[in-house]
Structure formats: C-alpha cells, structure tokens
Design a protein around this ligand. Structure first.
Ligand code: HEC
Ligand code: HEC
Ligand code: HEC
Length: 129
C-alpha cells in the first residue's frame, strides 16, 4: 500500500524546501544560527535595536558616522544605551561590551568573508584578539 521510498524522498524534499531560509542564511554566513558570544558584562541592549536585525545591518554605517563626527567634526557628545552614557568609540564602546572580538565580531565577519581594516590602527582589548 505504502511506497516507503517515495515517502522518504517526499519528506526529504519537503524538509529541504521548508528549511531554505536556514541553509541559505548559513551559506551566506549571516544566519542567526551563527553562535555569537553575548556581551560578558550582562548587557541586554545594543546601540541600535538587535532583534529586528537593525544592528546587524547598520553597524558599519553607524561606525562610519561616529568616526566622521568625532574625527572630522569634533563632536564627542555621548550616546546613551540602557541609561548609561558611552563615547562614540570603536574600542571603548563596541568592544567595551563585546570584549571578546574573536568570539563576536570576527566570528561573524569570517563567516561573511568581511575583513574590516580597522584593527590596523585601533586596538582590541587584551585576550580578545
Ligand atoms: C589608518 C589608521 C586607522 C584606521 C585603518 C581606522 N581608524 Fe578609526 N581612527 C583613527 C584615528 C587616528 C582616530 C582618532 C582617534 C581620536 O581622536 O580619538 C580614529 C577614530 C575613530 C573613531 C572615533 C573615536 C574612537 O575612539 O573610536 C571611530 C568610531 C573610528 N575611528 C572607527 C573606525 C572604523 C570603523 C574603522 C574601520 C572601518 C577605522 N576607524 C579604521 C585611525 C584609524
Ligand atoms: C551596552 C552594551 C553594548 C554596546 C556598547 C554595544 N553592543 Fe552590540 N550588542 C549588545 C547586546 C546585548 C547585543 C545582543 C546580543 C545577543 O542577542 O546575543 C548586541 C548585538 C550586536 C550585534 C547584532 C548581532 C546579531 O546577532 O545580529 C552587532 C552587529 C553588534 N552588537 C555590534 C556592535 C557594535 C559595532 C557596537 C559599537 C558601535 C556595539 N555593538 C556596541 C550590547 C552592546
Ligand atoms: C551578526 C554578524 C556580525 C557581527 C556580530 C559583527 N559584524 Fe561587522 N559586519 C557584518 C557584515 C555582514 C558586514 C559586511 C556588510 C557589507 O559589506 O555590507 C560587516 C561589516 C563591518 C564593517 C565595515 C567593514 C568594511 O570594510 O567596510 C565594520 C567596521 C564592522 N563590521 C565592525 C564590526 C564590529 C566592531 C563588530 C563587533 C563589535 C562587528 N562588526 C560585529 C556582520 C557582523
């Protein structure tokens, strides 16, 4: 009555199709499946919203804007995250929370094949290289 072979093939195709977003994301290295280290200081919020993907999509533009403001325009006013004030700084702020650059920034960048040149000049915290 049942054709086991066809059922297995059918199920495999179904699973493959439903899981498309997962393996497509993994192949692109941008999936939430990627194991990233949460900030060890117990912070729960980032500079911009995280859950909707804003931070993931816009952190490069944000850093670029900070750099222009600080270096070109001398605007060193602070940004507030969860009621605490932070400098507009790559090392002091981003790596102040994400202190393990290897397990956070690098892991995602390696998967996405991006190599920001920032660390030629900027210093990453000890132990996180
Ligand atoms: C050629 C060296 C060099 C490279 C490469 C470089 N920077 Fe900088 N950056 C500087 C210097 C010098 C300053 C000025 C530091 C200051 O005045 O506090 C600065 C300041 C900044 C600031 C504001 C102050 C701070 O403490 O962070 C940001 C943000 C910044 N850079 C982001 C970046 C990003 C993002 C990259 C990589 C895409 C990058 N920089 C690459 C040299 C560099
Ligand atoms: C006050 C602490 C804090 C600061 C400062 C901070 N972050 Fe975050 N960041 C977080 C938290 C908490 C998360 C969410 C982590 C999680 O869900 O595991 C996060 C998430 C992210 C994500 C999204 C990861 C994903 O899975 O989509 C990126 C990218 C990121 N941060 C980069 C940065 C950069 C770049 C800076 C500096 C401009 C920065 N963060 C500054 C706490 C911080
Ligand atoms: C969830 C994944 C993810 C995490 C975590 C992440 N990044 Fe990125 N980052 C990316 C992707 C993807 C790009 C390339 C985006 C593009 O080219 O449009 C990128 C690009 C960048 C760039 C621009 C590089 C260039 O050469 O233009 C900078 C600067 C940067 N990231 C800084 C950071 C810092 C600092 C951290 C850690 C605090 C971090 N990122 C964490 C995914 C991530």
């Amino acid at each position: 009555m049942y054709d086991a072979g066809k059922i297995v093939v059918g199920l495999a195709v179904l699973v493959g199709v439903t899981a498309f977003p997962v393996w497509y994301g993994l192949a692109r290295g941008t999936s939430y499946q990627l194991k990233l280290e949460a900030p060890p200081n117990g912070a729960t919020e980032c500079v911009l919203p995280v859950k909707d993907g804003t931070m993931r999509a816009q952190h490069m533009q944000l850093l670029d804007a900070w750099r222009t403001e600080v270096v070109r325009d001398g605007l060193r006013n602070k940004v507030t995250v969860s009621g605490k004030e932070w400098d507009k700084s790559l090392t002091k702020t981003c790596l102040g929370c994400h202190s393990n650059k290897t397990a956070f920034c690098d892991r995602c960048h390696n998967a996405a094949s991006v190599t920001p040149s920032c660390w030629n000049c900027h210093v990453a915290p000890e132990g996180g290289q």
